[in-house]
Design a protein around this ligand. Structure first.
Ligand SMILES: C[S@@+](CC[C@H](N)C(=O)[O-])C[C@H]1O[C@@H](n2cnc3c(N)ncnc32)[C@H](O)[C@@H]1O
Length: 248
């Protein structure tokens, strides 16, 4: 009921009949109660969602999308998934070349912003939004490409997610990770629920991926920026790591 109401409001919000663009929403089939529900649904990203799209992040997302485009022929991929899509900053720069897209993010606040944005994109696309990478509906398909920007360092159990990426990708499918190199621990000091990594040593991350059936194809540092946190300027760099699911 909730699902169809959401769908209805999305469709009626802005779609002129000429657009076959369609957004479906899958809520992952999980049920959460009490504290577990709060832990799952209320997070720093819900709080920052409305103000997430700063000029700085918009520009950085454009650069990241260009770096993806330089290395991966996105239009060749028939089924694509973005893990941790947030408000869609990366995807809106790639969407032109994607026909079937699954977008996953655990923050309801971020997904609200995303859906508002997608409603204004007038293209013929099949887009499905999920709030859980472990949703059974998501695994009804396999994907040629999974990309994820600035998400993995928020995840504790990298091995578990690497395993899931491997399950979701088709044979020889491509995994593209953009994330932080090791950074000052104050980088996340204003995110009280942060339980992840202060960046990654790429070798360590690649080992985790290799243990779950991936082979490294490319690694480059693509971006250096600064973030001011409580008056302290912190320099950080981002890498892109591209791996493929091996045949073994
Ligand atoms: C720093 S934001 C990056 C958003 C977007 N990828 C970008 O580059 O603009 C991290 C995103 O990952 C999402 N995220 C964190 N943990 C997640 C999880 N376990 N499953 C799905 N999304 C998650 C957050 O909700 C947030 O939207």
């Amino acid at each position: 009921m909730l699902l169809s109401r959401n769908l209805q409001s999305l469709r009626s919000a802005s779609f002129a009949p000429m657009y076959a663009f369609q957004v479906k929403q899958m809520l992952g089939g999980r049920r959460f109660r009490g504290a577990q529900r709060n832990k799952y649904l209320i997070n720093s990203f819900d709080t920052m969602a409305q103000s997430f799209d700063t000029d700085y992040r918009i520009k950085r997302a454009r650069i990241i999308a260009e770096e993806i485009n330089k290395r991966i022929n996105v239009s060749d991929k028939s089924n694509v998934l973005e893990f941790g899509c947030g408000t869609g900053l990366i995807t809106t720069n790639l969407i032109e070349n994607i026909n079937n897209l699954a977008l996953v993010d655990s923050s309801e606040g971020m997904l609200e912003q995303l859906k508002a944005k997608l409603s204004n994109i007038s293209v013929n696309k099949q887009i499905t939004v999920y709030n859980d990478l472990f949703s059974t509906d998501l695994a009804l398909y396999t994907y040629d490409l999974i990309y994820s920007s600035m998400v993995l360092h928020h995840i504790k159990s990298i091995g578990l997610f690497a395993q899931r990426f491997s399950k979701l990708l088709c044979q020889n499918g491509t995994l593209c990770i953009i994330d932080l190199l090791p950074v000052d621990k104050d980088y996340h000091i204003n995110e009280p629920d942060f339980e992840g990594y202060d960046g990654f040593e790429p070798k360590w991350l690649m080992n985790q991926l290799e243990s779950n059936g991936f082979v490294q194809k490319q690694y480059n540092v693509i971006y250096t920026g600064t973030k001011e946190i409580n008056g302290k300027v912190i320099e950080y760099s981002l890498f892109i790591l591209i791996a493929t699911k091996s045949n073994n």
